[in-house]
Ligand binder design. Structure first.
Ligand SMILES: Nc1ncnc2c1ncn2[C@@H]1O[C@H](COP(=O)(O)OP(=O)(O)OP(=O)(O)O)[C@@H](O)[C@H]1O
Length: 553
């Protein structure tokens, strides 16, 4: 999980907006300074701290971003791995700027490997580029022709009609990428005139000739997917835009939530992965199962005017990061493709014959920006602003955060230090067991939340289980809430329809009354259901003597 901050742009500078993000590259931490108002209308600054695998400031070049994110996974796609690189963030935060150069750079490295390390081994490179717009698929390399997605008997996803181009030189790839990017749907919002409303997916597939035979279709080996996600705030961006934009926003939100849930389910080794939650996750199904790796780059704007969106992006990233650390990492590693010849590697991280775990170590040892061995540390005490808002705490109790929530923990008698996570992040790779598993892998430094969980010092396993239970219940509540909101949106559409019909001359009053009555019952039932879930969760918090603070100062 990487975070990239872009520089302030001219518009923000002219509006005298300030840079509110401080980056501490050495510790991979980042602080958001949020200006808030007290009840007496005096201003104060609340600090929110986050720690990620790498935090890249505005001076970091696209070349460096490539080196830190995608370059290390390129060799693995010759080894049956499917790697996916996402850019996430609000409109105008730099997702496209970050993503656009990556496929070309990766193609250069892939071709170099094909022409050197894996020469004469029958590998071929294919490029495809499509977008998901309003839940539908369009081929960006074929005049935006509509595509349809099918699943074969083995639940393998197939995008019918998608043009794949076999490429063997960088120039052709460049042309294809430019063509696809120009075709991509764009719209206009206040934040970014060239704002993307679609998810763009560019795939570089490695295939291999069967028995050196060109008449048979080549066999897929590995894949590298680049996903420039639509602006993360689009679902909320309803004021300036029309109905179409709102529908797009709802679809975008749905896919981002589904993406998070799939990552969570994969990480927990669940047998049921909710791929069907959205078109995006359905399409990505085969990139997530088997030997897969995920790189997520969260893009943020530095400006004070984007503070809320920035915090949302960082919380999403933090959530995904925590989820990816919490589960059962699978141990199965890809076996290396047999090599007939090996020449000196043109890439620093290319190892001609390696096991997945060896390669993972290679990746996790790197220290320039990311993957330090001991990067997830705990704050002994919260920032003064946060502490000011805390009630008095008994001696020997300290506060720690649980996936963005705070809980307090009794210090053990001997005053032992908290369990500090010493595990390299495994977001980078679904499926490799970390060398040392953290006891508090869900812990982080997100300072901006207001629920405190007291946790009895228990046996480590018991404690983990306890935290996981609370986390799970919180997740369930949020899922139920989301479902209720989705249902409410559907009900609102229905209401607008019946109001429209009622306005027509000669309307059927009986029909209107009956439908309105049914709608109101549905709404009431939804609220009652959510209320009872909320009360149940509050009871659980109370049972555990959880303290809840008001969000306001
Ligand atoms: N790290 C950076 N350094 C310099 N300029 C940047 C950087 N990141 C973004 N920009 C500039 O900011 C503007 C918005 O960036 P970009 O289009 O990549 O945003 P986006 O997140 O893809 O937006 P959308 O979701 O609307 O597509 C562009 O003009 C881009 O050149």
């Amino acid at each position: 999980m990487q975070v990239r901050k872009r520089p302030l742009n001219k518009k923000e500078i002219s509006k005298k907006e300030e840079d509110i993000i401080d980056i501490e590259q050495r510790s991979n931490s980042l602080t958001v300074h949020e200006t808030k108002l007290k009840v007496d209308l005096t201003e104060y600054v609340e600090k929110h701290e986050f720690v990620f695998d790498a935090v890249l400031d505005e001076d970091v070049s696209n070349d460096e971003v490539y080196r830190e994110t995608v370059e290390p996974v390129v060799p693995a796609i010759f080894n049956r791995t499917k790697a996916t690189c996402f850019a996430y963030g609000q409109t105008g935060s730099g997702k496209t700027y970050t993503m656009r150069p990556l496929p070309l750079k990766a193609s250069q490295d892939i071709l170099r490997l094909m022409h050197h390390t894996y020469r004469n081994q029958g590998f071929q490179l294919f490029v495809s580029f499509f977008e998901i717009y309003g839940g539908k698929l369009f081929d960006l390399l074929n005049d935006r022709s509509k595509l349809c997605m099918r699943e074969d008997g083995k639940q393998k996803v197939c995008i019918v009609g998608l043009q794949e181009y076999r490429v063997s030189d960088v120039e052709t790839i460049k042309e294809l990428i430019e063509k696809g990017s120009a075709t991509r749907s764009t719209g206009t919002t206040g934040a970014n005139e060239e704002s993307s409303r679609s998810h763009a997916i560019l795939q570089l597939a490695i295939k291999r000739r069967v028995d050196g035979n060109d008449s048979k279709p080549p066999r897929p080996v590995g894949k590298l997917s680049f996903i420039d996600l639509a602006g993360s705030e689009r679902g909320a961006d309803t004021t300036d835009n029309d109905k179409q934009t709102r529908i797009e926003g709802a679809e975008i939100n749905k896919s981002l939530l589904a993406l998070k849930e799939c990552i969570r389910a994969l990480d927990n080794d669940q047998t049921h992965i909710p791929f069907r939650g959205s078109k995006l996750t359905e399409v990505l199904r085969d990139s997530f199962i088997g030997d897969s790796r995920t790189v997520m780059i969260s893009c943020i704007s530095p400006s004070s005017g984007s503070c809320e969106h920035t915090l949302n992006t960082l919380r999403y990233a933090d959530r995904v990061k925590s989820l990816s650390k919490g589960g059962n990492a699978k141990k199965d590693v890809p076996s290396a493709v047999p090599l007939r010849e090996s020449s000196p590697s043109p890439l620093p991280s290319v190892v001609p014959s390696f096991s997945g775990s060896e390669m993972m170590n290679d990746i996790t040892e790197r220290r320039d920006f990311g993957w330090p061995k001991q990067q997830q540390y705990l704050k002994e005490q919260p920032t003064p602003t946060f502490a000011d808002r805390m009630p008095k705490v008994k001696e020997g109790v300290e506060f720690r955060s649980l996936n963005g929530l705070y809980f307090k923990e009794k210090k053990s008698k001997g005053g032992t230090a908290p369990n500090i996570a010493e595990v390299p992040d495994i977001m980078y790779q679904q499926g490799i067991q970390p060398a040392r598993k953290t006891k508090d892998s869900a812990l982080d430094n997100n300072m901006g939340n207001s629920i405190a969980y007291p946790v009895r010092r228990a046996e480590p396993d018991e404690e983990d289980e306890h935290l996981n239970d609370l986390l799970q219940e919180e997740e369930d509540l949020v899922s139920a809430h989301r479902k209720q909101v989705e249902e409410t949106l559907a009900i609102l559409t229905e209401e607008l329809n019946i109001i429209g019909e009622a306005d027509q001359p000669g309307n059927q009053l009986d029909d209107y009354i009956a439908r309105l009555s049914s709608i109101l019952s549905q709404k009431a039932a939804g609220i009652v259901d959510l209320q009872s879930r909320l009360e149940q969760f509050q009871r659980r918090l109370n049972e555990n003597s959880v303290l809840i603070y008001a969000q306001c100062p």
